[in-house]
Design a protein around this ligand. Structure first.
Ligand code: ADP
Length: 463
């Protein structure tokens, strides 16, 4: 983990690279645009200077000693007063050219190397580089064999060292460094809460104290959301650990009772002088308690499977009408306490879910109705469609449930009258509740002590 670069460094480097690229692009853009503009200006300055000076040259047939004249073949080249070999930074020179060879005739030779060797050509601005300097060259023909050449050095090198350019070159690294430092500092400040969260998470992990929460003062929404999400996760973890702890403690408590009865019976039967005639009764007690334990254990297993969303349950389209009708036909044969079971099932109600779980849900509700029903009582099971919801209800005229117990009966191991009901585990309704929520539904009870209860399950319909 330590050899990985921090986010801060990564973003700063990225920012530095982007800044560098933008500045270089800006620099080259400015450089080339101004350079091409400058080239154009220099070219036209060169052409006008040469052409203007050409106007100041006359060709005479006769020699005039009052004028500045040079003999060129059988003619005289006469320079007027306004002629200058050095005007507007353009250096002018007159060359006599014979075939391929050229000779300086008058003026300053800026650079012998190319001035002589570069062929003379009328009307074109050319560039020549020599000794690392670029020159613009323009020739004008004076008379046959005589050429006026203007040369001006490229000014872009000068431009490079102009004040503006120098300022730019000095400012560039300063802006760059400033940008990088400011970015790094801002990132350090913004990401400090993330480091705080990581530190707190590590501390919470080490102390195993899920009650603690991350307390971060962040000025950015993302970090606040991260802290909230982290706290939310801690809360859910704490809740699920609490539920699990409670479940384990309840389950061991529930198992301890039948276990102690079995142990006591075994000890009694193994005692010296125990009456063999008591053996069948004792074994019967052991068998009964073992049945309770085994029921409890399979209920616990079933519950934990539903809770853990085990893959063993499928979500498929189920004909709920058909499933309930078949189940009710079977349940109606129970006839416990001479209770009669009737059902009213609407046809064609489909849901998305697990057949086994839905059967188990219906079975639990109906078996409770029998268990807590009156002698010669009745049970009504119904299925109806209401909009997008399937309503399953199980109604009995049994002992009913007091208001104060109604909320708790869906809790694990909760029994209203533990002693009157030695067959139950108190897990049935909590299992029903889990099955219903696995199917994205809800369950409620309406009950009146002494009058009976109605359990209504709402499940989303599959179209
Ligand atoms: P169990 O039936 O195994 O005790 P349940 O979770 O199924 O556990 O039910 C919890 C408690 O709710 C029961 O102990 C009982 O007191 C009460 N109860 C459930 N169904 C009914 C009913 N139809 N009529 C009256 N009381 C009921």
């Amino acid at each position: 983990m330590d050899n990985k670069t921090t986010l801060k460094k990564k973003i700063t480097v990225l920012f530095a690279l982007i800044m560098l690229a933008v500045m270089l692009i800006a620099f080259f853009f400015v450089y080339f645009v101004s350079r091409s503009g400058l080239d154009r200006n220099i070219s036209s300055l060169l052409v006008t200077t040469v052409e203007e000076n050409l106007q100041e040259i006359d060709i005479e047939d006769e020699y005039d000693e009052d004028e500045k004249q040079l003999k060129a073949g059988d003619k005289y080249i006469e320079f007027d007063d306004d002629f200058s070999f050095n005007s507007n930074e353009v250096s002018l020179a007159l060359y006599s050219v014979k075939g391929k060879s050229a000779k300086l005739f008058s003026g300053t030779d800026i650079n012998r190397d190319f001035n002589i060797s570069l062929s003379f050509k009328d009307g074109d601005v050319r560039t020549v580089s020599t000794d690392g300097v670029r020159y613009f060259v323009y020739d004008a023909n004076v008379i046959d064999g005589y050429w006026l050449r203007g040369v001006i050095p490229d000014a872009s090198e000068q431009m490079m060292f102009s004040t503006a350019m120098r300022t730019f070159l000095i400012a560039f690294p300063i802006i760059f460094l400033f940008g990088v430092v400011v970015t790094y500092l801002m990132l350090s400040r913004s990401l400090a809460p993330v480091e705080d969260i990581a530190g707190m998470a590590r501390e919470i992990g080490m102390s195993n104290d899920l009650k603690r929460r991350v307390d971060v003062k962040a000025d950015s929404r993302e970090i606040e959301e991260l802290a909230d999400a982290f706290n939310g996760m801690l809360q859910r973890l704490e809740n699920s650990f609490d539920v699990q702890r409670q479940f384990i403690s309840d389950a061991s408590h529930e198992l301890r009772t039948p276990m102690s009865v079995i142990l006591a019976q075994c000890e009694y039967l193994l005692e010296d002088g125990a009456d063999p005639e008591d053996y069948p009764d004792g074994l019967e007690v052991i068998r009964r308690q073992s049945t309770v334990m085994s029921g409890l254990i399979s209920d616990i297993l079933e519950l934990s499977r539903i809770k853990n969303n085990s893959d063993r349950y499928k979500r498929e389209r189920i004909d709920l009408s058909e499933l309930l009708r078949d189940a009710c036909q079977d349940y109606s044969k129970i006839r416990e306490k001479n209770i009669s079971l009737e059902y009213e099932i609407e046809d064609g109600v489909f849901i998305e879910g697990d057949r086994g779980l839905i059967s188990s849900m219906a079975g639990n509700l109906v078996m409770n109705a029998y268990r807590y029903g009156k002698e010669n009582g009745y049970i009504h099971v119904g299925l109806a469609k209401s909009g997008d919801t399937a309503l399953v209800y199980v109604k009995d005229d049994g002992i009913g449930i007091d208001k104060k117990h109604q909320k708790k009966i869906f809790d694990r191991f909760y029994q209203v009258d533990r002693y009157a009901n030695s067959r139950g585990s108190g897990l049935g309704l909590s299992m029903v509740k889990d099955i219903v929520s696995w199917h994205s539904g809800s369950i409620e009870v309406v009950s009146e002590p002494g009058m009976g209860s109605v359990f209504t399950v709402k499940l989303p319909i599959s179209h």
